[in-house]
Design a protein around this ligand. Sequence first.
Ligand code: GLV
Length: 320
Amino acid sequence: MKPKVYITRKLPGAIIQQIQEKCDVRMWEEEEVPVPREVLEEEIKKVEGLLCLLTEQIDRSLLEQADNLRVVANMAVGYNNIEIDEAKERGIIVTNTPGVLTETTADLTFSLLMATARRIPEASDYLRNGKWETWSPMQLTGQDIHGATLGVIGLGRIGEAVAKRAKGFDMKVLYHNRSRSQDAEKELEIKYVELEELLKESDFVCVLTPFTPETENMIGHEQLALMKKSAILINTARGGIVNEDALYEALSNGEIWAAGLDVFKEEPVSLDHPLLTLPNLVTLPHIGSASIATRMKMADLAATNLLKVLEGEDAPNNVT
Ligand code: GLV
């Protein structure tokens, strides 16, 4: 008998087919609407495998109902949506999709940095809204990227890929991480500094750490106050790492110059969120890894992880 699997969102046909060859598949058929919790609660009782997205909270109360579950394959590199300890205790393997999204997410991080520094969304609206009446000396002026100092918080794969891009812009790169990487320091010509120094010295600060109890609210009032008034904060990791109330204050009081956010504490962010009223905030709807090729690779890798575990083999990306 084929193992039973539930997929929490409509994935590309080729990926579903690949899973269907080996499993009895049920799936939430919507692309743009997440599976309702009560549906997931019913489905999880029946299956050995779950392929889910970061929009699903795979928490204790859900896992308690999952008597047959052997694997949760998350289609994301971050897995803070899953209670790992609970899964471990129950012998459920959790997998993620690292590597395949590194370069694409670094591209987006750098795009957001540039869009924020050079006020690109604002400038585009300016033209479309009929405000472009003349060329003027200080019109829509922003911050230089080339030659500036970039501070990378969290030197994982994506952090390194962002640092590499920065070098192409003649930027000086500082980083802060739980552990130092002498190899990366040599290879990328980057410098390890304490968080305080990074915040004080950087023109751009990119947040690229995983979201954990240690990194929750890692950037708050105190940290933002250390940054230069001309500095820009970019977060393409997870919303909860930067305290949004503190960021709102820092942006509205001119403590920092601007911010670019691809992620929010609550997603999708509510349209009446105070941050969205600020002209010096550039925002995106969590699209770090959103290239066609990369999303296909992520779905494919999540499927491979799922199938490997169900076939009794080691999963390439086991995080439990
Ligand atoms: C996206 O945010 C991911 O973790 O893959």
